[in-house]
Write a protein that binds this ligand. Structure first.
Ligand code: AMP
Ligand code: MG
Ligand code: MG
Length: 310
């Protein structure tokens, strides 16, 4: 790969390729049928697919970018061990390699970057057979801000080319989104939210939205895809359950498409390596600033305070 390509563009191109490789691991584990489910905490699961996909992504990226801090969801004792050569991917997506470098990111060094990896977002749905909800997330942050990201959907059915499974969507600050064409928002207010991690506070924040429809699906990645596809216009989750690896890639891509992702109080999360992992004050995302503002204003102050003081 030519080193004349700016660092952020090379890293995004590598991330697109390795996300596709990780997606194949996710499908292979499911086809073999030995999921190796571990309960990490209440309602929080890990499978062999989560573990293997993370090893593939971290080993592949750290071999090429040794000074980048890469943080993965899975606390995997054998993260540092040997990774089979079949999992080591040093390919880089050719279309992404041709992108212009955003002016703000021209001089950055590996040390300025933190990469947040969710090797399998939507594990509950994966174990329950809702495979379309599953995504692989690689988020790239520079000086605490998400600037680029990849959402790979391993089970997406490509209409018209049935032998090609999966799709990869990327976003880059100032440049835009690739891998598919975003659609305009629906005419009425459609909200997307959690399928498997609800509670009374989450439900209260949904009730006040006055939505025409509420979609309940798995994964932060899949919900942001629904926003980009025009299937929903706002994503509301008034709970501390999401982590930095859930929101970094989706936030970067949504922002590159003109949308906005914050916490329930309207504040941006920071993505530096020392930031706490949980997104304690929830997630509020919308396809544009007006809808984000609408949703933010509808959430009662006492609910905002409840999350902030937890
Ligand atoms: P969901 O919208 O429920 O599919 O959640 C999006 C992401 O946040 C997934 O990676 C979930 O595992 C994570 N998450 C949300 N709520 C919780 C929770 N209560 N416990 C553990 N993980 C959660
Ligand atoms: Mg996740
Ligand atoms: Mg995960």
């Amino acid at each position: 790969m030519s080193t004349s390509v700016p660092l952020i563009v090379r890293l995004l191109a590598s991330s697109v390729s390795v996300a596709g490789r990780a997606g194949k691991i996710v499908r292979d584990v499911m086809s073999k049928g030995e999921l190796g489910i571990v309960e990490k905490a209440k309602d929080d699961y890990q499978t062999e697919a989560d573990r293997s996909a993370q090893r593939c992504i971290i080993a592949s990226l750290s071999a090429q970018y040794p000074k980048i801090n890469i943080i993965g969801e899975e606390d995997n004792p054998d993260n540092e061990g040997d990774v089979c050569s079949d999992w080591l991917t040093i390919d880089a997506d050719k279309e992404v390699l041709r992108l212009e470098c955003p002016s703000e990111l021209q001089g950055i060094k590996e040390e300025d970057i933190v990469v947040w990896v969710d090797p399998l977002d939507g594990t509950s749905e994966y174990t329950q057979g809702f495979l379309e909800h599953v995504t692989v997330l690689i988020g790239i942050s520079v000086n605490e801000k998400p600037v680029a990201g990849v959402i790979h959907q391993p089970y997406y059915k490509n209409v018209g080319s049935e032998n090609k499974t999966g799709r990869t969507i990327w976003g880059l600050q100032e440049i835009g989104v690739g891998g598919f064409t975003p659609a305009p928002p629906p005419n009425s207010l459609i909200i997307t939210t959690t399928r498997s991690h609800s509670n009374p506070v989450v439900e209260k924040a949904l009730q006040v939205m006055n939505a025409s429809q509420i979609l309940r699906v798995g994964g932060a990645g899949f919900k942001v895809l629904q926003l980009l596809e025009g299937k929903a216009s706002v994503y509301v989750f008034a709970s501390p359950g999401c982590k930095k690896w859930d929101t970094c890639a989706p936030e970067a891509i949504l922002s590159a498409a003109g949308g906005k992702l914050t916490d329930i109080l309207g504040h941006n999360y920071k993505y530096g390596a020392s930031e706490p992992r949980p997104n304690k004050t929830g997630v509020l995302a919308a396809v544009n600033a007006d809808l984000h503002n609408y949703a933010l204003n509808r959430i009662p102050q006492e609910l905002k305070e409840k999350l902030a003081n937890k």
